[in-house]
Design a protein around this ligand. Structure first.
Ligand code: SF4
Length: 407
């Protein structure tokens, strides 16, 4: 009985704190709108609030309803997502919008269990949408909430093993009313007060109930299992520009790492860089390729990538190009896992390609484009880094340099 009263009391204290100190976030402007809650929660997966805000506003302005998003082309969604990372989220976003708009009559499911049937919606996201949009008594345990709960109850079992316990404890605190506010309050407390380093316990509504603080171990919690070292993959990229200044981009295979996104032609990724001779054999076509000094580094979730960049200025576009895509060695690997080279494929360029528009290609062939407008295409951050490196190394034409550096 006393425990229950304690928990109610804790929930109320947190809600009182939230009523005064809540963060003003763009997705909170219209509470209870499941489309906006879902969109923001997908964007916030492994991404900071600061990075998401501008993307969220852009998506809402362009696709104000789930039906609008479902009607968009996947390439448009990927292009709008470019720079936000973890691109499988954008593909799943588009798929889920189609499921809701076409199979569910435009209405989102209301329970966490049903929400989990949507592509890209895992346990945390389902709990967050159910609580915030529908006031279901669900816990939304993101990294912030896990940290707060681990400290409040002094749980020193390492993550990720402790996740189930933290979820259970988080759930036990959810009040009967205002479950959505409680979920957001926990996130805000973790983001602003119970921070990773030096938590501001003096300003915390749970200071007198916090076991971690009482025992002087709060800052060491949650304990995390040591991460495996990330392997380093190496490869080469080929940045070609024609007489009009258009850059050759090709589309990655739909499945796997950065699926469906654009890139300059790349060689396979392996443990070592290819020799100059091997690198030239991977080039998309014959030209006066020049290797730039330095390299581009990028971190994916499970591996690091180092790319050497070759560039060429050409007077006319080649009739055929030769591609050696890097793709995940295992189709079941999640985005961000290590990749291996795949067999080269031959791709015919379009007869009269239009700048800024993808060519249509037969099934099994890779789309390609020569474009001067890099600001509006689905180029992930790593590929933008490669282009910026290429342009920096070759006294860039002004328009290209600006586009490549925009993000
Ligand atoms: S008292 Fe300190 S450690 Fe405990 S929940 Fe509050 S901010 Fe976190």
């Amino acid at each position: 009985m006393r425990t229950l009263a304690n928990r109610k009391n804790r929930a109320q204290r947190l809600l009182d704190w939230y009523d005064v100190h809540r963060r003003e976030l763009p997705w909170r402007a219209r509470p209870g709108d499941p489309y906006r809650v879902w969109l923001s929660e997908i964007m916030l997966q492994q991404t900071t609030v600061a990075a998401v805000a501008a993307y969220y506003r852009k998506f809402i302005a362009r696709w104000p309803t789930v039906e609008d998003l479902a009607k968009a082309k996947l390439d448009e969604v990927l292009a709008a997502w470019a720079g936000l990372g973890y691109y499988a989220r954008a593909r799943n976003l588009h798929k889920a919008a189609n499921v809701v708009a076409k199979q569910m009559g435009g209405r989102f499911p209301r329970t966490a269990t049903e929400l989990r049937t949507l592509p890209g919606v895992g346990a945390y996201t389902a709990g967050a949408i159910a609580a915030i949009a529908f006031e279901a008594r669900e816990a939304a345990m993101d990294a912030n909430a896990e940290r707060v709960i681990a400290r409040l109850f002094a749980i020193d079992e390492p993550l990720p093993g402790a996740k189930a316990k933290l979820l259970e404890l988080g759930r036990s605190l959810v009040p009967e009313k205002r479950a959505g506010d409680f979920a957001q309050a926990l996130m805000d407390l973790g983001a602003g007060i119970c921070t990773v380093k030096r938590p501001a316990c003096g300003n915390c509504p749970w200071a007198d109930a916090c076991e971690g603080k009482k025992r002087g171990i709060a800052e060491r919690l949650p304990v995390k299992a040591p991460k495996a070292a990330r392997p380093l993959r190496r490869g080469v990229a080929f940045v070609a520009r024609d007489a009009a200044g258009a850059v050759l981009l090709v589309k990655r295979p739909e499945k796997g790492l950065l699926g469906g996104m654009l890139q300059p032609p790349l060689g396979p990724w392996s443990d070592d860089f290819p020799s100059a001779e091997e690198a030239l054999a991977q080039a998309p076509f014959r030209a006066k390729w020049r290797k730039l000094p330095g390299l581009v580094r990028h971190g994916f979730t499970h591996f690091e990538l180092a790319i050497k960049v070759w560039t060429a200025e050409i007077s006319s576009r080649p009739k055929r190009i030769h591609l050696c895509h890097s793709r995940p060695s295992d189709a079941k690997q999640r985005e961000g896992k290590g990749t291996q080279g795949s067999k080269p494929s031959l791709v015919s360029p379009p007869g009269s390609p239009s700048l800024g528009a993808l060519t249509s290609a037969s099934p099994g062939m890779t789309d390609m484009v020569w474009t001067t407008d890099l600001s509006n295409v689905a180029l992930p951050t790593v590929m933008r880094k490669i282009l910026a490196h290429a342009f920096d190394g070759e006294r860039p034409r002004q328009a290209h340099a600006k586009s490549a550096r925009r993000r």
